[in-house]
Design a protein around this ligand. Structure first.
Ligand SMILES: CC(C)(COP(=O)(O)OP(=O)(O)OC[C@H]1O[C@@H](n2cnc3c(N)ncnc32)[C@H](O)[C@@H]1OP(=O)(O)O)[C@@H](O)C(=O)NCCC(=O)NCCS
Length: 158
């Protein structure tokens, strides 16, 4: 695997001025990551709190989008190659931050030597992932009362 595939799928949109994406550090970033999850998944989307927090959280790779000290977007990559908890605060959406986070998660998966990544996309967001080459696998299913679709992206050429 070379980085070529990431170049193909990565967006060229620059991040908004002052926004940086960096690896998240657990436990220092855990409160800020939790704040974004609470606002986006629990409060905005109505995900039950009991489903939001997971015991694997501290073991995962996280990437955070920051403006100054404030975290405005997050994504999680499990060591098995599952991307999730992709979230950008409402005021910051549509400005390339989600794409920048996905770029970083995919680069992280390549560094881990993973052959593919997968995710459970909320159906409304499938277009966002399809732009990167993710393809749907299997039927739509419900998770936290939200329609989801399993999607995969092969990171190996050929
Ligand atoms: C999905 C989400 C992370 C995207 O973040 P974002 O910062 O707005 O994304 P970007 O600005 O990088 O968007 C990149 C492109 O994808 C498109 N896009 C963004 N969200 C989309 C969606 N839900 N469906 C289809 N396309 C989408 C944008 O229109 C944009 O296209 P453009 O470059 O032609 O303008 C954000 O909308 C969000 O946090 N949503 C609530 C939580 C959520 O649903 N997470 C996904 C769980 S699977």
């Amino acid at each position: 695997m070379t980085n070529a595939i990431l170049t193909v799928f990565a967006t060229v949109k620059p991040l908004p001025e002052g926004v940086k994406i960096r690896p998240g550090h657990w436990p220092e970033d855990a409160p800020a990551i939790a704040m974004v999850r609470r606002r986006v998944f629990i409060e905005e989307q109505g995900v039950p709190e009991a489903l939001e927090w997971e015991a694997i959280d501290p073991e995962c790779d996280w990437f955070v989008a920051c403006t100054g000290d404030a975290v405005v977007g997050i994504v999680r990559l499990t060591l098995q190659g599952r991307i999730g908890r992709m979230a950008v605060l409402t005021d910051w959406r549509g400005r390339g931050i989600g794409s920048g986070l996905l770029d970083q998660a995919l680069a992280g998966a390549v560094r881990l030597g993973l052959p593919q990544v997968e995710l459970h996309a909320q159906c409304h967001a499938m277009g966002f992932y399809q732009r990167y080459g993710f393809v749907a696998e299997g039927p739509v299913f419900s998770e936290a009362d939200i329609p989801h679709q399993h999607m995969v992206l092969n990171l190996r050429e050929g």
